[in-house]
Design a protein around this ligand. Structure first.
Ligand code: SAM
Length: 326
């Protein structure tokens, strides 16, 4: 990595577009599950654990009345979490048309699973590529935001340097000084370690597999080419599409170029161990049922699901500058 860019050859623009489209089509095609289908999912406890981690991040960093930007919001699975945090306004953006439609249905309380009171905050939903579009042009009337969230999606921006930069430029342009950026994404250190421990270019267990192409046969990743390191990711009942490695130390340096300073980075295992000690989050875990009785073990999460959670990390960044005085 070197300041100012220039990281070797970029992929062709159209190839890039089609990769983003593949990701979008994959998520667009995923239909809403019934409650029964969800409870029977082989990764139901992992999904609950992921929801617990996102809830903890939101409870730690969102404040009542906050203006929220949810990048790659998907089907709006976090709307209830934001409602519990009593936020004042919500903008969700996603590239997948199908997901934005489902998100709108969920916001309007129209689904069977969603027989609940309406959300207490107004919302706006936008369908676009968050890593290509200049979001400040769409959102100049809504900005600045107090908090931005990008859950399980920022790695889709690391296919090229231009996209990774556009992602961070969008966050930086739209957050107020002192605003917070929370997120979750794959932990490149763990993925590369697992790859090097495996015999071939594939590894996984009963619920996931990751596969690298022959171009990585030597399992070497030169620091001069940190973008576009593609692998295929399959997670039962969830994901089946190309993803990109995000070397975290370079992500941190790149974010600094956009005035975003690192506050926290924890692998999910460390995150669980640390925050499960806090009574309010133990109680939340008990209610969600991810770890059975809320003990710090895997009493209901299977060993294979627990291994998948080790592939992820949570991060928090803060936009430089002083928050405006109230
Ligand atoms: N954030 C949601 C959550 O936690 O439930 C959804 C996570 S899902 C694993 C990843 C999401 O990223 C999908 O909804 C997908 O459409 C979205 N996504 C991928 N690439 C994107 C892009 N370039 N711009 C906007 N959204 C994107």
């Amino acid at each position: 990595y070197g300041a100012g860019g220039g990281y070797g050859a970029q992929q062709g623009y159209s190839e890039e577009r089609s990769s983003a489209r593949r990701v979008a089509d994959h998520y667009s095609a995923r239909s809403n599950q019934t409650l029964e289908e969800r409870e029977n999912s082989p990764i139901i406890h992992l999904k609950k654990l992921n929801n617990w981690i996102k809830s903890v991040l939101i409870q730690l960093y969102a404040r009542p009345g906050d203006c929220v930007l949810d990048l790659a919001c998907g089907k709006g699975g976090d709307l209830i979490k934001w409602d519990k945090a009593k936020v004042g306004y919500y903008v969700g953006v996603d590239i997948a048309e199908g997901s934005i439609k489902d998100c709108m249905t969920r916001y309007n309380g129209d689904t069977d699973q969603q027989r609940r009171k309406k959300f207490s905050f107004p919302a706006r939903l936008i369908c676009t590529d968050c890593y290509e579009a200049r979001l400040d042009e769409y959102l100049y009337e809504d900005a600045p935001f107090d908090i931005c969230s990008c859950q399980f999606a920022l790695h889709y921006s690391w296919s090229t340097e231009a996209r990774a930069r556009q992602a961070l430029a969008n966050v930086s342009a739209l957050l107020r000084p002192g605003g917070i950026f929370i997120g979750t994404m794959p932990d490149a250190n763990v993925i590369i370690k697992r790859l090097r421990e495996s015999e071939g270019l594939e590894f996984g267990n009963s619920v996931y597999w990751i596969s690298f192409g022959e171009e990585y046969a030597e399992k070497k990743f030169p620091a001069s080419r940190p973008f576009g390191i593609k692998y295929k990711f399959h997670l039962e009942d969830a994901v089946d599409c190309p993803e990109w490695v995000v070397p975290f130390h370079l992500f941190k340096l790149l974010a600094e170029e956009y005035d975003l300073e690192l506050v926290l980075m924890k692998n999910f295992h460390e995150f669980v161990h640390e925050y499960l000690k806090k009574p309010e989050f133990t109680e939340l875990m008990r209610r969600l049922g991810a770890l059975g009785d809320g003990r710090q073990d895997q009493s209901t999460l299977s060993q294979d699901e627990w291994e998948v959670s080790y592939l992820y990390l949570a991060f928090v960044l803060r936009k430089r500058g002083q928050p405006p005085t109230q």
